[in-house]
Design a protein around this ligand. Structure first.
Ligand SMILES: *[C@@H]1O[C@H](CO)[C@@H](O)[C@H](O)[C@H]1NC(C)=O
Ligand SMILES: *[C@@H]1O[C@H](CO)[C@@H](O)[C@H](O)[C@H]1NC(C)=O
Ligand SMILES: *[C@@H]1O[C@H](CO)[C@@H](O)[C@H](O)[C@H]1NC(C)=O
Ligand SMILES: *[C@@H]1O[C@H](CO)[C@@H](O)[C@H](O)[C@H]1NC(C)=O
Ligand SMILES: *[C@@H]1O[C@H](CO)[C@@H](O)[C@H](O)[C@H]1NC(C)=O
Ligand SMILES: *[C@@H]1O[C@H](CO)[C@@H](O)[C@H](O)[C@H]1NC(C)=O
Length: 578
């Protein structure tokens, strides 16, 4: 584990507060029979709004998800490169899920060791997935605490939601530890996602009421989608995934399309909902994704992955990851507005999820994540030192990350500038992938307004890769159009829908779907192209140091860590990617 000294002591303090005496002793003395702690660096802090119920969960049912050690990860990485780089003779020769299993499935030794260990603890009720590299088991908290020494399950409540999580780090038997990357269902809380409601300009400025707002027609005009630029291939599909205690409302979607979909052929209903709908209430966040992916990716069959993993001890995002590897026919494009601070997640978790994105890339899936709504972000590392705060999975080198823009003139569909909330920066975990080295070094050498180097890691994976409008969307909520909805959770489905349109044209011509886009995307600019509108104005948010806003990154000609390569010009982007 590579952690800076600051991070170690910071995380150590956190554990001191929450951890029981024996585990602490083990960690400090590194006693041999103490077991291995695979996620000691995972934040144990309880997110705002959650409170521990009075007592420990003694005999509550829990679901544990074991990420089994995979084989051939290096080979997988090399394969992803070959199938995603346009110059490669193997470009577009994707693997089926079954072929992927042959490559990555755990060794018989791993399977045997883990199975025997579980059986010895009386854990027999386990499900696997097609690729064989996850095992999900039902048990009880008291058994799980014996299996994973250190774990202390606590029931937390927030309003009428409940989760069961461990308040202390867990360990693995030293004989088993080499066969497991991490165990899910102990730590990470369900992710909160809030879209922004922003009303720019003077609140009482009457002219502002005539502000355009972003609608499907505005997006289609700006990104040069004609009325006939809609999906036509019956086998094409797209998806958005959401992990909220909210559901999208089919009635709102249909109302949205009847209000805003008049100028283009579209669908007004989702074809497949995978997971549970209706567990919570209808919400803006859940409606936004689906309303907008179906506006750019118009007339394309759309799936929604909704709230998988509803058990109290499951991690919804992790369950979506498992679902992908347990379903052979899934849509080619997935957009997700989920993210956590890199520094709150364990290295083991992030690295394994990153491999899961490689698996998706090997299958030809395009996975798009929102870059976040906090600009460069900010984290206080000591009393007078702040650093930027990258977000994961936005920082994974195997996903396409989408930032945000707004119109320069909010009253006209003209050119776009940085939306100051647009997430962007440099990973502290993932090194810079080859495909972006020259784009980023060009940014370093040509950009004049740079934040101090002590705030970020120049050698990390830089994001976002692209952008789209993220300001002042109209969304239909409870049958009523609601204005001022903002955030990169809006720009991400917009870009995803456009990729799905390009897939449609490629499939029609007998070509492969785009798959993992980044290697092709960063190559586009070797030739002179208008495939993306370059965003060159504006900077994003970062830290307030001594109450003064430190400068985040600023947009610049060509690629930049605020808006990536820019926003889509559909006809040209299509031409370059065919
Ligand atoms: C994977 O899919 C199979 C077949 O549908 C199912 O039996 C199994 O429970 C699934 N695995 C998980 C972890 O849900
Ligand atoms: C209202 O907004 C418009 C457009 O931004 C601006 O030109 C005008 O000066 C504003 N008026 C007032 C009174 O703030
Ligand atoms: C895209 O739209 C802009 C503005 O409407 C226009 O200037 C440009 O020529 C269009 N580009 C293409 C390739 O259609
Ligand atoms: C919409 O998509 C279907 C296939 O899913 C296709 O048959 C139909 O022609 C498309 N509509 C238009 C206007 O292209
Ligand atoms: C769609 O997929 C099915 C199943 O893979 C295949 O049989 C069919 O020919 C495809 N349709 C078209 C129009 O390509
Ligand atoms: C910077 O990023 C690299 C990976 O690119 C990582 O190994 C290193 O630990 C990071 N440095 C800090 C201070 O986080």
């Amino acid at each position: 584990m590579i952690l800076s000294p600051v991070t170690v002591s910071e995380r150590g303090d956190m554990e001191l507060r929450s951890c029981c005496f024996l585990v602490l002793l083990c960690i400090q003395l590194k006693m041999a029979d103490c077991g291995v702690f695979p996620e000691l660096d995972q934040s144990l802090s309880v997110p705002q709004g959650w409170f521990p119920a009075e007592h420990f969960a003694y005999n509550d049912p829990v679901v544990l998800t074991f990420a089994l050690k995979q084989q051939n990860v290096k080979k997988l990485e090399a394969l992803v490169r070959r199938v995603s780089e346009p110059d490669s003779p193997e470009y577009g020769r994707f693997l089926s899920l079954e072929e992927l299993r042959t490559l990555v499935q755990p060794s018989p030794d791993t399977l045997m060791t883990v199975r025997t260990w579980l059986e010895n603890h009386g854990i027999l009720s386990c499900d696997t997935i097609v690729t064989g590299d996850f095992l999900q088991c039902q048990t009880y908290s008291r058994i799980a605490e014996k299996l994973l020494p250190g774990a202390r399950f606590v029931r937390y409540v927030k309003g009428d939601e409940h989760v069961v999580r461990s308040s202390a780090p867990y360990s693995l038997d030293p004989d088993v530890a080499p066969h497991i990357d991490f165990v899910g269902g102990l730590h990470r809380f369900p992710n909160e996602r809030k879209v922004l409601r922003r009303r720019k300009g003077a609140e009482d400025n009457v002219t502002a009421e005539f502000h355009l707002g972003v609608t499907p027609a505005v997006l289609r005009q700006r990104y040069n989608l004609s009325a006939t630029d809609v999906g036509t291939h019956p086998n094409n599909s797209q998806a958005c995934a959401q992990f909220l205690e909210q559901y999208f409302s089919p009635a709102d979607l249909s109302e949205f399309m009847s209000l805003f979909g008049r100028s283009f052929e579209h669908r007004s209903a989702v074809d497949q909902v995978v997971g549970q709908q209706g567990g919570g209430r209808a919400g803006i966040e859940a409606s936004l994704d689906v309303e907008y992916i179906m506006s750019t990716g118009a007339n394309i069959s759309t799936w929604v992955f909704s709230n998988p993993g509803r058990h109290e001890s499951q991690e919804p995002f992790l369950d979506w990851i498992l679902l992908l590897s347990n379903t052979s026919a899934v849509p080619w494009v997935h957009t997700i507005s989920y993210g956590d601070d890199e520094d709150s997640l364990s290295l083991a978790f992030m690295q394994r999820i990153n491999v899961e994105f490689m698996k998706a890339a090997a299958r030809g899936l395009s996975i798009l994540f929102a870059s976040g709504d906090d600009g460069a972000g900010c984290r206080q590392v000591s009393k007078d030192k702040n650093v930027f705060r990258p977000s994961f999975p936005a920082s994974s080198p195997y996903v396409t990350t989408v930032g945000g823009t707004s119109f320069k003139n909010p009253f006209q569909v003209t050119y776009e500038v940085t939306d100051y909330i647009s997430g962007g920066g440099f990973s502290n975990v993932f090194p810079m992938p080859d495909y972006q080295v020259s784009a980023v070094s060009n940014y370093f050498t040509s950009s004049v307004k740079m934040p101090p180097e002590s705030y970020y890691n120049r050698s990390g994976r830089a994001y976002p890769d692209v952008a789209a409008l993220s300001d002042n969307y109209w969304v239909v909520m409870n049958r009523v159009p609601v204005p001022w909805v903002s955030g990169t959770s809006a720009s991400t489905p917009v870009f995803g829908g456009i990729l799905a349109l390009i897939n449609d044209q490629r499939i029609k011509r007998g070509l492969s779907p785009l798959g993992f886009l980044n290697p092709a995307l960063y190559q586009l600019h070797r030739s002179d192209t208008d495939a993306l509108y370059d965003v060159t104005e504006g900077c994003h948010l970062s830290c307030f140091d001594d109450k003064v806003l430190a400068q985040g990154f600023c947009a610049a000609p060509s690629w930049d860590p605020v808006t990536g390569w820019g926003t889509p010009n559909y006809p040209e982007l299509l031409k370059s990617l065919l």
